[in-house]
Write a protein that binds this ligand. Sequence first.
Ligand code: FAD
Ligand code: SF4
Length: 330
Amino acid sequence: MNSFSYTRAQAVETAAREVSTNHTAKFIAGGTNLLDLMKENVERPTRLVDLTRLPLNQIEDTDKGLRLGALATNANTAYDERVEERYPLLSKAILAGASAQLRNMATDGGNLFQRTRCYYFYDLATPCNKREPGSGCSAITGYNRVCGILGTSESCIATHPSDMCVALAALKATVNVTGATGERTVEFADFHRLPGNEPERDNNLKPDEIVTSIDLPADGERFAKNFTYLKLRDRASYAFALVSVAAALDMDGDTIKEARVALGGVAHKPWRKAEAEDLLKGQAATKVNFERVAASLLEGAKGYGSNTFKIELAKRAIVRALTMAANGQH
Ligand SMILES: Cc1cc2nc3c(=O)[nH]c(=O)nc-3n(C[C@H](O)[C@H](O)[C@H](O)COP(=O)(O)OP(=O)(O)OC[C@H]3O[C@@H](n4cnc5c(N)ncnc54)[C@H](O)[C@@H]3O)c2cc1C
Ligand code: SF4
């Protein structure tokens, strides 16, 4: 680990300014991802700006829905009564991730920024465009079991490993950020990005922008009855998703009024496709209809050898998750 200096942020604006003027400084929150990366020398910030004393850990009602402070822990969010009752899909997704100890430290803001679990990203002896732009991608022709099948590029086939983010995508959350030049709100679909030819960039934020809160829209409460988060992985617990599905249905009797389906473990960002979801509008909850959604979501999927199995796995997982959601099985 390289030596670095440390400061405790006193205010959001000054913290943003500090990182905007020092390109080797980084924010730190729970530290559950960043410290691991620093110990492995994958990330080498010269200065850490600790956000944890900022007053951003509240979960509160707003006129638009429920607001999660960026420093609310994953545990406090998952067990918050309002989240459990109104956005249970989010509780379920968070609790599918990591371990109880990690969820006690990990923050909601930090969860959005967690980096890929591609093996080569952590292995300094191998080329990796995400870690060292221009060096090449070892995963494309290497061992890519955990890598992506959708939205990949010749530069990078990594996936975003978060469970929480898959549910936030399905719930159409929005993210409030403050940077050195002011505040803005980002739609969840626009927060993360595909790798393209700049895989070193995981998201569309500037380095000095701090996530201050995440808004769950009130209309997401329609999905509190018919939902599930299905996570398929190599071990039953404490493992990242090979494929995960956040499925949520707004139903009128046996008819689907609206569907939301987001996939994790398959792309550089949670994968959603409005046209696939629209296929279920006004339709019955049948296996054939769910198979159509799966085919649409996986359109253009490409396997790279050891991860090709994910294409069929994802299709089956989508059908199973939608069936469970329709039956009210969580
Ligand atoms: C062993 C292990 C298993 C895990 N398993 C899972 C799993 O199964 N599913 C899953 O989803 N996750 C899993 N995780 C990941 C875990 O959820 C993340 O590490 C955690 O959410 C990151 O939050 P943090 O507050 O600790 O972030 P930190 O490590 O403090 O920061 C991570 C990044 O976010 C940036 N950052 C933090 N807060 C902000 C902010 N408010 N604004 C701007 N930038 C910010 C930091 O600069 C840093 O780059 C696992 C982690 C470990 C170590
Ligand atoms: S897939 Fe991305 S993260 Fe993995 S080796 Fe290739 S460039 Fe690096």
